[in-house]
Design a protein around this ligand. Structure first.
Ligand code: F0G
Length: 458
């Protein structure tokens, strides 16, 4: 008999979590104005709001904290991080930042001007926010298959090179500062980008004289999918694949709260010393001196260690098999979600579950609140609330898909938790015909409204 699969780690420290009653949850979610971000963490049993900064560090990462060097300038921790970035990702220059959006803020302060156009695969919300805040435009060139959850495509994060070329052709060259490629593509469902696609994007970028920026929050999960799904890569190590992936980009930003498995941190890395100099000015202004940029020395140490651990096959196999396990359970119950499963989350297709709920009533948010009421499980809406208003017309933007994202933190929950999630969602799914009313907004911020929006039940 073949041995079954099991996790590539054992547990050394635990944190207690508590269940609650439906009456309690009804009160709490009302007090939170039906915004899942507004709940206290104790009011949540299984927290799938995000996989960002919520992972469990390893014993080696915790040990690295003790070795942190907190010198203001030239700390050994800075050099440890620099060495890890050079060795694993292949970039000579970098700037630490306190998280991913800070890296975007610093880099875009150098590169993006009013009226610019930034093509890419579905831009993450903070990336889009930082583009639009500068009165520039993000153009989504993701392949069409990504917008149909039932179509099985191994690389639903890919850029449609024809769409990309048409943007490059029709826009004055000086208006396009760079092409951005998000690996994996969070907004389309944690979906990977293939090496073949990266090569094609590089070719186009060279033809039009453009730089490529990777938004690399989940680059290691992307490499895992390449190893499993792309011909010619099955015998390469994750570290070899990662090196090749990054060889196609000029610059990268990273939220290290994902694939460096730290609770806080980020960076920008580049090959060009001149860009490093220009970005340093903004880094010092917004983040901190260039050898710490908003991070503690100990956190830079843990980040360097995390980059190494996250690019090991066994770690990635354990992680992604857990997402696949949850996906298989949902499939068993007939619950529709973005297929194949992504690297960090299940993206439940809310419109397919609640087809009669008008889009103005926030379909995925309604499903998210129902799942919370059912079992204290907190997901996040990736739908109309997140898509926000058009910055010019101020009209609601209705995205092609309304997702309820169930993001799985790294090394945190067991498959028993996955079973609870699956059954809770099944129970909501079974009474979907009784869910006939959604929400209306009573307060919203002018940009990135989903974090603080307040809602009223209709
Ligand atoms: N890029 C991607 C692809 C992301 O997923 C995120 C964050 C960021 C940039 C910004 O990084 O949070 O460190 O400032 N994603 C989190 C999420 C918040 O829940 O998906 P940050």
């Amino acid at each position: 008999m073949n041995l079954p699969f099991a996790e590539s780690y054992k547990i050394k420290m635990v944190e207690t979590i508590k269940r609650s009653t439906r009456e309690e949850r009804e009160r709490w979610i009302k007090e939170a104005k039906y915004n899942l971000f507004g709940l206290r963490s104790e009011q949540v049993y299984i927290d799938l709001l995000t996989d960002s900064g919520t992972g469990a560090m390893s014993d080696k990462q915790w040990s690295e904290l003790m070795l942190g060097d907190e010198s203001y300038a030239g700390a050994s921790s800075y050099y440890k991080m620099k060495e890890a970035i050079q060795k694993i990702l292949g970039y000579d220059y970098f700037l630490p930042t306190h998280q991913g959006r800070a890296a975007e803020n610093v880099l875009f302060s150098v590169l993006i001007k009013e009226g610019n156009v930034v093509p890419g695969n579905s831009h993450f919300d903070t990336t889009k926010g930082h583009i639009e805040y500068r009165k520039a435009k993000a153009v989504d060139c993701t392949i069409d298959e990504a917008f149909h959850t039932e179509i099985l495509h191994p690389f639903k994060g890919n850029i449609d090179v024809e769409k990309l070329e048409s943007v490059l052709k029709s826009t004055p060259s000086e208006k396009i500062p760079f092409i951005i490629v998000t690996v994996t593509c969070n907004s389309s469902g944690g979906q990977p980008v293939s090496i073949e696609n990266l090569k094609a994007i590089r070719k186009l970028a060279d033809k039009y004289g453009k730089k490529i920026v990777f938004d690399a929050a989940r680059f290691a999960e992307n490499a895992y999918f390449i190893k499993l799904r792309e011909k010619g890569y099955e015998n390469k190590t994750i570290k070899e694949i990662v090196k090749e992936m990054f060889s196609y980009a000029d610059i990268m930003t990273m939220s290290s709260k994902k694939d460096a498995i730290v609770n806080m941190g980020g960076f920008i890395a580049m090959r060009d010393i001149e860009l490093h100099r220009q970005a340093s000015v903004f880094n010092i202004m917004f983040e901190g001196y260039i050898t710490y940029g908003g991070m503690s020395g100990r956190d830079m140490n843990a980040l360097a260690q995390g980059l190494d651990e996250a690019t090991e096959f066994d770690y990635l196999e354990t992680r992604i098999k857990q997402i696949e396990y949850l996906g298989a359970r949902l499939e068993e119950f007939g619950i529709p979600f973005q297929k194949p499963v992504g690297g960090h989350a299940i993206f439940v297709d809310a419109k397919k579950i609640l087809p009669n709920l008008p889009e103005e009533q926030y379909v995925a948010q309604t499903l998210g609140v129902e799942l919370y009421l059912e079992a204290g499980i907190r997901g996040v809406e990736i739908g109309t609330l997140l898509a926000d208003r058009d910055p010019v017309t101020r009209e609601n933007r209705y995205p092609a898909l309304e997702f309820l994202r169930l993001a799985i933190p790294r090394r945190v929950y067991t498959n028993n938790h996955m079973d609870v999630i699956a059954v809770a969602l099944k129970n909501v799914f079974d009474r979907r015909n009784e869910i006939t009313k959604g929400f209306e907004i009573i307060y919203e911020a002018p940009i990135m409204r989903h974090f603080t929006v307040e809602l009223k039940k209709l």
